[in-house]
Design a protein around this ligand. Structure first.
Ligand SMILES: [Zn+2]
Ligand SMILES: [Zn+2]
Length: 148
């Protein structure tokens, strides 16, 4: 099953320029790599894909680009244990299923998150900005532990 790209369509160049940032090659390539995938990628995984396109872009530039994109709300960062993964921003109507064996992240569409948001808004004085539901488990590619 091909991962579905969840990115909200944004005008990347406009977002950068309207906040006073230049569209550099590194930023463009990092954005292209993120936009082309429906997966969550770690910074090293992004860097290795960036290197396929342009080997002169180093890991520090990739990381700075990701940090800037996060500030601008263009990407979503998810932390899992010590690692951060990155993906283009998407709204929070998806649950993240995280495989604790291979760290793969699967997006699960659901009405539950919007329902949870409404329930919180109705029942409390709290306005949720972002709901991040993450379910840890084991994906279909990772065999169950054997007990032998
Ligand atoms: Zn797995
Ligand atoms: Zn996601």
């Amino acid at each position: 099953m091909a991962p579905r790209a969840y990115a909200v369509a944004v005008d990347f160049e406009f977002e950068l320029r309207s906040h006073g940032h230049r569209v550099t090659t590194a930023r463009r390539v990092v954005w292209d790599v993120l936009s082309a995938t429906g997966e969550h990628l770690t910074a090293p995984a992004i860097t290795s894909r960036v290197h396929v396109v342009d080997p002169s872009i180093n890991g520090a530039s990739v990381y700075r680009a990701l940090t800037l994109f996060a500030e601008l709300g263009l990407v979503r960062e998810s932390r899992y244990e010590d690692a951060s993964t990155w993906e283009p921003f998407h709204d929070d109507a998806a649950i993240h299923l995280v495989c604790s064996e291979c760290s793969r992240v699967i997006h699960h569409d659901t009405e539950l998150v919007p329902r949870l948001r409404r329930a919180i808004q109705v029942a409390t004085d709290f306005a949720p900005d972002e709901i991040d539901v993450r379910v840890l488990g084991r994906c279909g590619h990772c065999p169950a532990e054997s007990w032998t």
